[in-house]
Write a protein that binds this ligand. Structure first.
Ligand code: FAD
Ligand code: DHB
Length: 390
């Protein structure tokens, strides 16, 4: 088989890239090593910046998002058991975020791809990438009991943190930067109405908590937990009891509990690989970088990478030139490091770090007091939370 672009991974990065290229008349195939159902079953991010919403609109998949997504103009920060609202829209000249789950974004993109008749190979085994330092890269994989090879002009590595693309780059060509945090997030999804109208980020001496949602009848909650925590030891009752202890009295009172639909533990990590282009292999999304989820930036960074990558590929096929592809890595990385800094800062501000002790907690509270009382500090927070421009 021969295509212009071979995309590895059918997460948000790969599917969105596929859709934007399809609309530009560029022929692409997506290879995904999991099943469609498995990809749709993963519960992940929930908050979209305006830039991601605009990009999904441009990709022609915004209609359900606008009908069902919840537009939020503010968030709440809770510390010392008191909630304080940050008015995102007032501080950013009217900007907002949209609560719409990554699962729904993925489903909308899969449906658009099916409607366009574009090819996706699910359950592709042993995917490998070759010859991307020359003009004729190749991708090999196994499916339906046979071995297959695809010749292409470019390979888009959209295969997430554990994917094969970044690992196929010679070690001397890539530099990585990493911080692993000494805790994880235990997440719970339930068909219960959220305990507030907006998201609540909680700094508490027992650990961070986050009250989020997927709709007016579906809640998503997170608790900071130890890295060696076992899901089996967290009954729903234990989760709800612990969450209630970390909330302010009014939110604890408003909390509606119910059976969990899903519970999972995610580790927290900051990671960046530089550069993001190796000849005709281009990385995008989690394949190139990871942020701790605290700032809700992971999915949004995947969207901005795909914006730059689709623009560069469309320019190449229109002009035959490489200027935009040459600029791809630097353009992405400028924005990525801003999101890395914000996510790292928010993680440090809101979580319990056992090695920081009582002094560390006092400093966190001092910073939170400044954040809610200083218009300059609140504005800097709001600008980053709603998303920097791209
Ligand atoms: P992915 O979504 O990881 O997609 C990569 C795809 O490539 C996957 O479908 C994978 O199956 C496929 N793949 C992997 N290896 C291969 C291979 N060898 N061959 C073929 N296909 C392959 N962000 C937030 O903002 N908020 C959150 O609450 C949040 N929670 C998260 C929880 C977890 C457990 C994880 C892992 C991430 C979370 N994120 C969150 C981050 C956010 O979900 C990611 O930033 C986003 O999914 C990135 O999209 P992506 O398409 O680049 O990567
Ligand atoms: C969600 C996850 C986040 O990391 C965040 O900062 C806000 C919301 C969520 O899954 O809803």
């Amino acid at each position: 088989m021969r295509v212009q672009v071979a995309i590895i991974g059918a997460g948000p990065s790969g599917l969105l890239l596929g859709q934007l290229l399809h609309l530009a008349g560029i022929d692409a195939v997506i290879l995904e090593n999991r099943s469609r159902e498995y990809v749709l079953g993963r519960i992940r991010a929930g908050v979209l910046e305006q830039g991601a919403v605009d990009l999904l609109d441009r990709a022609g998949v915004g209609s359900r998002l606008h009908a069902e997504g919840l537009v939020h103009h503010g968030i709440e920060l809770c510390f010392e058991s008191v909630r304080h609202r940050i008015d995102l829209s007032e501080l950013t000249g009217g900007k907002c975020v949209t609560v719409y789950g990554q699962t729904e974004v993925t489903k909308d993109l899969m449906d658009a791809r099916a409607a366009a008749g574009a090819k996706t190979v699910y359950e592709a085994d042993a995917v490998s990438v070759h010859d991307f330092d020359g003009d004729r890269p190749k991708v090999r994989y196994r499916a339906d009991g046979g071995a297959h090879e695809i010749e292409c002009d470019f390979i888009a590595g959209c295969d997430g943190f554990h994917g094969v693309c970044r690992k196929s780059v010679p070690a001397k060509a890539i530099t990585t930067y990493e911080r692993v945090y000494p805790f994880g997030w235990l997440g719970l999804l339930a068909d219960t109405p959220p305990c507030g109208d907006e998201l609540i980020y909680v700094n508490h001496e027992r650990g961070f908590a986050l009250c989020s949602m997927r709709s007016r009848s579906r809640s998503r909650y997170y608790l900071q937990c130890a890295l060696d925590e076992q899901i089996a030891e967290w009954s729903d009752q234990r989760f709800w009891d612990e969450l209630r202890r970390r909330l302010d009295p009014a939110a604890a009172e408003a909390l509606v509990t119910g059976p969990s639909l899903e519970k999972s533990i995610a580790p927290l990590r900051s990671f960046v690989a530089e550069p993001m282009r190796f000849g005709r292999l281009l990385l995008a999304g989690d394949a190139a970088h990871i942020v701790p989820p605290t700032g809700a930036k992971g999915l949004n960074l995947a969207a901005s990478d795909v914006h730059y990558l689709s623009t560069a590929l469309i320019d190449h096929y229109a002009t035959g030139g490489f200027a935009e592809l040459d600029a791809y890595s630097a353009k992405c990385l400028r924005r990525i490091w801003q999101a890395e800094r914000f996510s790292w800062w928010m993680t440090k501000l809101l979580h319990c770090f056992s090695d920081e002790g009582a002094f560390g907690r006092k400093i966190q509270v001092a910073e939170l007091v400044h954040l809610i009382n200083s218009r300059a500090a609140s504005t800097a927070f709001a600008e980053n939370y709603v998303g920097l421009p791209y």
